[in-house]
Design a binder for this molecule. Sequence first.
Ligand code: ATP
Length: 265
Amino acid sequence: MATLEIRALSVGYGPVRALRDVSVDVPAGAITAVLGGNGAGKTTLLRAVSRTLGFHRGTGTGTIRFDGQALEGLGPAQVVAAGVVQVPEGRQVFARMTVADNLRAGALGARGGRKAVAAALTRVHELFPVLAQRAHQRAGLLSGGEQQMLAMGRALMAGPRLLLLDEPSLGLAPLMAQKIAETVQEINAAGTSVMLVEQNASIALRLATTAYVLDVGEVALEGPAGELAASDEVRRRYLGVVDETAAEDADRAGRAPRTLSRWSA
Ligand SMILES: Nc1ncnc2c1ncn2[C@@H]1O[C@H](COP(=O)(O)OP(=O)(O)OP(=O)(O)O)[C@@H](O)[C@H]1O
């Protein structure tokens, strides 16, 4: 059963068409990945779900249902209260506030009372012990990886049933990216559905059950993550694998083969 159903979603920023007729299903309990190059519309898709397009002067048409409830017409805080929480790209922690206060801020939109918040904090500290050790430090002093942990921890404080993750491994060293990936798996195994936007296709396809590839605002490919990982198109464009025929074709055309090293692990 899909917990999140996006149907015929089109989004624009003024004259810029960012998404066109996009339909995506995020099944309950699974990790669903969204891949795509720069500007493909991945972040826009998450903004549409979290109802934060308005902050960026974006407007959209189409339907988005979460557990059968229409999200159109809700404000961002109501979406959080419904159980859908976004971890924005670039972490966006409150740099001048302490780690503890950042986490407290995440609980503001939470359902449930003090007990639920205390339980969420215990859980966040179990997942990310460094956030307990650094509780009284300013968030701006944390490393990039620790800030990503804080951004995820802050989102978990709201008790999400669906977590929207925007490029959690961006700019992180491979070991830290791997650690974050393992934690995403752990969060999912504990019952939270995940919609994962990743520039690191190799990590995303390893974590996800199903995946979508966006290309200039449209769904270009979709299917089981294992099948996409094996497809020549995805391997060539998103996993940095240069197939020989493409390289020869490119040679004949007198230009370098197209490798997208940014996409490789
Ligand atoms: N606030 C905005 N105002 C105008 N255009 C925007 C705005 N935000 C995004 N866009 C445009 O919408 C399109 C999709 O952008 P989006 O950020 O969703 O892509 P993305 O796949 O997340 O890319 P990236 O990996 O670079 O973040 C791009 O053409 C982008 O320039």
